[in-house]
Design a protein around this ligand. Structure first.
Ligand SMILES: C[S@@+](CC[C@H](N)C(=O)[O-])C[C@H]1O[C@@H](n2cnc3c(N)ncnc32)[C@H](O)[C@@H]1O
Length: 303
């Protein structure tokens, strides 16, 4: 039996994997810098906070990647000044290039989420998207988030995989992988080498080691409360949209990107948006958060 990786190994593999993946990251995940992306980020922020977000003077993003959340929130005027942190320096270089292209100004700091080189009480908002599941010591990380928040400040994290949601979503993912050769033949798409969207085969092999958690809602509530945060809320997001999205992504990842027809991409995109609406309007209000693929948590610092 091999020993589980140490916290230091997890941080190291995350840095190397994300450094290698940065150049293809926006294309791989369909990150959009226009209206479509803005709508997604604002929708998730509203859901995480349980209503329309106020204006935040200073925000801190943890694991900001290429800037998806901070840059859209800046552009929408929801945050006035953004500091973006990430353990991967190459992700932050990509973020800076994206900010320059959008005409936005941000501060970037390459650091580990569990050890923020930032003064206590500096930010009205601490947030992140799809990052908590990469952090080896979440109790320590949440204590850092609480430390750098101003009294009365807000914290939210979205896009965290739920344990049950992840298991359920593995079924459409596996089914799509089996169907991939027939799907490529039908679309006359060539097969792409493994890892072509991850920065190459070697980087692709690291992917399995970067995700260290999938959560049940009470895990997230516990980390936030143990760090001294108040008004902790967890909700689930996306069920049908995720099954559909993961199945299509599993198919598309096996083909040369330029061979995937425009019509297919339209079907995948519009289908995802339609199912997202159905999830949002119907299922998210009625079913327990644990069933959904994504979990979001929000809380407040006393004061
Ligand atoms: C899945 S990506 C999400 C990026 C971005 N938030 C988004 O939604 O597009 C996870 C990010 O977390 C960063 N990360 C992983 N471990 C970290 C750690 N210990 N401290 C800070 N950032 C970390 C990675 O480098 C990567 O950029």
């Amino acid at each position: 039996m091999t020993a589980p990786p140490t916290a230091e190994e997890i941080r190291d593999v995350n840095t190397r994997y994300h450094d290698g993946a940065a150049a293809h990251y926006d294309a791989k995940w369909g990150i959009n810098w226009g209206e479509v992306g803005a709508h997604q980020v604002l929708l998730k922020t509203r859901k995480a906070l349980g209503g329309a977000p106020p204006r935040f003077a200073r925000s801190l993003e943890i694991g900001a990647g290429t800037g998806y959340f901070s840059l859209h929130l800046l552009k929408a005027g929801i945050v006035e000044a953004a500091t973006c942190t990430d353990i991967s320096p190459v992700m932050l270089e990509t973020l800076e290039a994206n900010a320059a292209e959008l005409g936005l100004s941000v501060e970037t700091v390459a650091c580990d989420a569990e050890q923020l080189p930032l003064a206590p009480g500096s930010f009205e908002l601490v947030m992140g998207h799809a990052v908590l599941h990469h952090l080896p010591d979440l109790a320590r990380a949440f204590r850092e988030f609480e430390r750098v928040l101003t009294p009365g400040g807000t914290v939210f994290f979205a896009g965290e995989p739920s344990r049950t949601g992840d298991r359920i979503a593995s079924v459409p993912k596996r089914a799509a992988s089996c169907m991939a050769p027939a799907w490529r033949r039908a679309l006359r798409a060539r097969e792409a080498p493994a890892g072509h969207t991850d920065g190459g085969e070697r980087n692709h092999q690291l992917e399995a080691s970067v995700d260290v958690h999938a959560f049940v809602p009470d895990d997230l509530v516990g980390f936030a409360r143990d760090a001294g945060l108040e008004d902790v809320r967890v909700r689930g997001e996306e069920l049908l949209a995720n099954w559909f999205g993961w199945a299509n992504r599993a198919l598309e990842s096996t083909a040369e990107p330029e061979d995937v027809p425009w019509l297919w991409r339209q079907y995948a995109f519009r289908g995802y948006l339609a199912l997202q609406q159905l999830d949002s309007r119907l299922l998210e209000k009625r079913l327990p958060p644990a069933l959904f693929y994504n979990l979001m948590v929000s809380a407040r610092k006393a004061g």
